[in-house]
Ligand binder design. Structure first.
Ligand SMILES: *[C@@H]1O[C@H](CO)[C@@H](O)[C@H](O)[C@H]1NC(C)=O
Ligand SMILES: *[C@@H]1O[C@H](CO)[C@@H](O)[C@H](O)[C@H]1NC(C)=O
Ligand SMILES: *[C@@H]1O[C@H](CO)[C@@H](O)[C@H](O)[C@H]1NC(C)=O
Ligand SMILES: *[C@@H]1O[C@H](CO)[C@@H](O)[C@H](O)[C@H]1NC(C)=O
Length: 965
């Protein structure tokens, strides 16, 4: 507010200056002489030496520095005015917070700032969520109290109610007489305790309020006396007759209705009046907030979060949410003098208290059994192939055989994560892996060759056919690659049989492998007619140039980009590689006088080399064929153009959606599963592709048309609704048995529940009715959790789970119930109870039979904890997942002080902490092993928790460490 500068205007002032500081004038005169005509705006050009907290004002030939409002000094030096440092406490009735250039009033917990920015008003906690009270909530000045209905008493956490009708041991008796907390002493009697902020009265039962709880019920000032808290008011207020509230004194009421400053004349009058009589000493100069005497009269200003109104006196709260949503990412809620941001479900508020961050549920342990996909605000779980999702996050093995026998013609065997069709003796599995083909002639034994290779003259060169007799396995990766294995590899067999195979030492396995590259071509397993060589066998065996048999063959074909090692030429779609691995077993008994074993091996190897050469030539001439299940297939197609035609790219063993041409479609069949196909006859249907027969509707039921694709096309006598299946013997709809469900109309089967789940009742219509009955959780000495069966899916009916937490010596149990969902309309049929032992008379720590969505933390009233969850056959709900931690009993007082303080649950943001699995884990980690505290840097913990939460903990911890201030 001081004035400084060179060459002040006005002779009187120049004179004054001359007397005071000659050098300055000299400088000023010189300045003027140098630039007599032109004024330089020192402020704009930043040539001034004003303090950062000063305003620079250009004057003719010079400039002026003056401190900004809220700062004091002569302009080149400005210091913050501590508005709080006066006996009026800045006018704040509770706390005053000085900030650079201004100040802000704050209120104790349980109070909110009034619109004038100074006074504090009681918050009615009961208005929001019933104050977190399970039953009744009573608002009191600065605080609130929960109460319970008849037949219930308030549990130690002071929010939930325990239902207890038996009049058992002392503390269980609701007439125990303790006004707050009843504790059982080792001697079998009881001792009363009080909640934080209260002191036990002389009668050892009542609790006397202190100023530490809800400001002692006082609106402004509270002083502890022997008779309890005594209230008083801030100087500008007087105490109401209730001895608690404060009223503004008459005369201090601000002239809010002062005339509208519309005319200049009015304004001038006011200025004059102010100059004459107004000073901050009288009635705060009429200012709503800060008043400052200046040479032009009183100057009112407002703290941050308020704007000065046109009348120049009143301060009005700024609705920060109106501008750019207050900077909040999601929701903005205006408060007096400030604002609060909050986030949508599935997001958490960061410690900047504005940004919302998606909670990555997938980064937590145990979120999903298999895979987890995070979405903004939510997540979904997915299961591996062969598994079905149940209870939102769990995966159970799918029993594929439960639906139409897995599509198997004969035998279906379910395995974990898959299933397998099998055939009766005398049949072998068709390549489509579902049908069975009758085995004609001999049954191959383990030593009969599984594979044979025949090559013979055909046209200008050799044609080779690799015949596969048993153990066919066809796999296909991408469209242009496949792999066929046939027989069984010796390496596999020796691994399986190991020592008890007497023949094992007598066998020598010769392996040969060749890869040939075709510069142009495409892998394509497709049916060929080997005419004009005549009907099968295509090659008369005695004219064969090559006749070899093998125990195992592995034929792979890859074309295009798939080729390994085709570096630098990644897009060479023409190239194709065929790899043939062959295994032949030579037996010692084949040894003759003229040729010993090594001679025998040499001979065989020589023959195989010749065979490979022939095969290679045949492949180049497109004369390499594969015979599977009596069907001839091309191994590869040389001409690209031809293979690009749609029907030519058809293959077997490829995924059905990708490439079905050539295969029989649903509603069709053929002897080998390939075209030409026939439509299923009337009274039969076929849902699969590539099949060799159709399924009968059964019971003599007809179908509406040829080529039916499902049982729903069968003309049943009644239409079955979901939850039922059609019995073709009785022509009735039967309820799906326990452990199965059927979501569709008109089916002839029910689907088995996945994994180890089952339904509560028969006639289920939905997978959500499949529930795991296992009581979940993990009990540890230090941390652990319990959860209702099938969590987070609905728990099953008639379940009964019991857990016992038995902490190591000298440790106590802390439990957090983030939320619990139990049906309300069930008359307490489902409940969770925690007590000392299974005896109904033992000390109860927690009991509930109702949904409670606000998190609650509490310590166990006994050393051990017996926990039981029971559900009846009625309604069901999601249940609970309850983590716990055991801590050193030396901290008992501190932990209880924290969890029994209502402020822990007061704000939405605090509640989120107790629901945040990551934060709970971090908190529990430190409670279980305090040395873990050092794993977290101060920065990390600041980023994890809201400031108010850290403040709450800090005050508790310091009171615990230094109980006598
Ligand atoms: C003050 O003047 C404005 C504009 O003329 C008018 O809208 C407002 O109602 C006036 N207030 C009072 C208290 O007369
Ligand atoms: C068949 O051979 C290919 C290429 O050598 C190889 O990648 C594949 O693993 C083999 N298959 C079996 C079942 O051994
Ligand atoms: C259909 O009903 C008959 C007669 O009650 C019964 O024997 C048969 O097992 C039932 N079929 C199925 C699939 O439940
Ligand atoms: C399902 O139950 C069986 C037998 O009770 C058990 O061996 C298996 O481990 C259980 N599977 C799961 C996923 O719990």
């Amino acid at each position: 507010m001081g004035v400084a500068g060179r060459g002040r205007p006005g002779a009187a002032r120049a004179l004054l200056l001359l007397l005071l500081s000659p050098p300055l004038l000299v400088a000023a005169v010189r300045g003027r002489a140098d630039r007599p005509l032109e004024d330089v705006d020192e402020c704009a050009q930043r040539l001034d030496d004003c303090h950062v907290d000063a305003l620079c004002q250009n004057t003719p030939a010079s400039y002026k520095c003056s401190c900004k409002p809220g700062y004091k000094g002569e302009g080149r030096q400005c210091d913050d005015v501590d508005e709080c440092d006066n006996e009026l406490n800045g006018g704040c009735v509770h706390d005053c917070l000085n900030i650079p250039g201004n100040y802000r009033c704050t209120c104790f917990h349980g109070f909110r700032l009034a619109h004038d920015g100074h006074n504090c008003l009681d918050v009615d906690e009961c208005m929001e969520n019933n104050g977190g009270c399970q039953h009744t909530c009573l608002n009191v000045m600065g605080s609130y109290e929960c109460g319970c209905q008849e037949g219930f008493f308030l549990s130690d956490n002071q929010h939930t109610c325990i239902h207890r009708s038996e009049e058992g041991l002392s503390c269980m008796n609701k007439d125990h007489g303790c006004s707050h907390i009843c504790k059982e002493t080792p001697r079998g009697s009881i001792a009363c305790g009080c909640r934080p902020g209260f002191e036990l009265a002389k009668n050892q039962r009542d609790c006397i309020l202190t100023c530490n709880h809800g400001n002692g019920g006082c609106q402004h000032l509270c002083e502890d006396t022997a008779e309890g808290p005594v209230c008083s008011c801030h100087p500008r207020y007087r105490l109401h007759a209730d001895g608690r509230s404060c009223l503004e004194k008459e005369g201090t009421i601000l002239e809010g209705t002062e005339n509208n400053a519309t005319s200049v004349a009015d304004g001038d009058k006011r200025v004059k009046r102010r100059l004459l009589m107004e000073t901050c000493a009288v009635n705060n100069g009429g200012c709503d907030r800060t008043c400052r005497d200046t040479s032009t009269g009183v100057h009112c200003s407002c703290p941050i979060g308020f704007t000065l109104q046109l009348d120049g006196k009143t301060c009005k709260d700024i609705d920060e949410c109106q501008t750019r949503n207050g900077g909040c990412n999601h929701f903005c809620k205006n408060t007096v003098g400030s604002f609060d941001c909050s986030c949508r479900k599935g997001f958490k508020l960061l410690t900047d208290e504005k940004s919302c961050q998606d909670v990555d549920e997938c980064s937590l342990e145990r979120t999903c059994d298999h895979s987890c996909i995070n979405h903004p605000g939510t997540f979904v779980c997915a299961c591996n192939r062969g598994f079905t999702l149940y209870g939102f996050t769990h995966c159970g093995d799918t029993n594929e055989c439960s639906v139409s026998n897995g599509g198997c013609q004969q035998v279906c065997v379910n395995t974990v994560g898959g299933y397998e069709c099998q055939c009766h003796p005398g049949y072998k599995l068709h390549w489509n892996k579902k049908d069975c083909v009758e085995v004609k002639g001999f049954l191959p034994t383990s030593t009969t060759p599984s594979v044979s290779l025949h090559c013979g003259k055909s046209g200008g060169g050799d044609r080779c056919i690799l015949r596969c007799h048993s153990g066919v396995h066809l796999s296909s990766g991408l469209q242009e690659a496949y792999s066929v294995t046939c027989g069984s590899s010796s390496s596999l067999r020796s691994r399986q049989q190991k020592s008890n195979d007497s023949d094992f030492g007598d066998v020598i396995t010769i392996r040969t492998s060749v890869t040939f590259k075709l510069n142009e071509g495409k892998c394509s397993l497709q049916k060929v007619k080997l005419s004009p060589e005549g009907p099968r066998p295509a090659l008369p065996e005695r004219h064969s140039s090559v006749r070899e048999s093998f125990q195992y063959a592995n034929l792979t074909c890859s074309s295009g980009k798939q080729v390994p090692g085709a570096l630098g030429r990644p897009s060479a779609p023409k190239e194709m590689f065929i790899t043939v691995e062959l295994e032949r077993e030579t037996y010692k008994k084949e040894v003759t006088v003229s040729c010993n074993l090594s001679c025998l091996v040499k001979q065989t190897e020589k023959r195989l080399r010749k065979a490979i050469r022939t095969l290679k030539k045949a492949a180049h001439r497109e004369q390499f064929h594969l015979q599977l299940s009596g069907m001839d297939l091309n191994v590869a197609k040389k001409s690209l153009r031809a293979s690009e035609q749609r029907e030519e790219t058809c293959g077997v063993g490829q995924s059905q959606e990708e490439n079905q041409c050539g295969l029989c479609q649903p509603g069709e069949y053929s002897a080998d599963g390939f075209a030409p196909c026939q439509l299923c006859a009337l009274g039969t249907f076929q849902p699969d592709v590539g099949r060799t027969s159709c399924l009968p509707c059964g019971g003599g039921l007809p179908t509406k048309h040829l080529g039916a694709t499902s049982f729903q096309d069968c003309e049943t006598r009644v239409q079955c609704s979901p939850g039922h299946f059609y019995n073709t013997t009785t022509h009735r709809c039967i309820r799906c048995p326990l452990g199965t469900y059927q979501p569709e109309f008109g089916k002839n089967n029910c689907v088995s529940c996945p994994g180890n789940t089952t339904t509560d009742f028969d006639g289920s219509t939905n997978i959500t009715q499949c529930k795991n009955r296992k009581c979940g959780g993990e009990l540890g000495d230090f941390t652990g959790y319990i959860e209702s069966p099938n969590y987070p899916g609905n728990y099953p009916a008639n379940s009964e789970c019991t857990w016992t937490i038995n902490p190591p010596p000298k440790r106590r149990i802390l439990i957090v119930v983030p939320e619990i969902f139990l049906p309300i309309e069930d008359d307490c049929g489902d409940y969770l109870v925690m007590r000392k032992t299974s005896s109904a008379n033992s000390v109860t720590t927690y009991e509930t039979c109702q949904t409670y969505e606000r998190p609650i933390a509490f310590t166990s009233r006994s050393k051990k904890l017996w926990i039981q969850f029971k559900s009846n056959e009625g309604n069901s709900a999601r249940g609970f997942q309850v983590p716990y931690v055991t801590y050193d009993e030396d901290y008992q007082e501190l932990i209880e002080d924290i969890v029994r303080d209502g402020r822990l649950y007061a704000s939405e943001n605090h509640q989120e902490i107790l629901k945040d699995k990551k934060l709970i884990k971090a908190l529990f980690d430190v409670l279980a092993h305090p040395q873990n505290y050092f794993k977290y840097t101060a920065q990390e913990s600041r980023e994890m928790f809201p400031r108010s939460f850290i403040r709450l903990l800090r005050s508790k911890v310091s009171r615990f460490l230094r109980p006598y201030k």
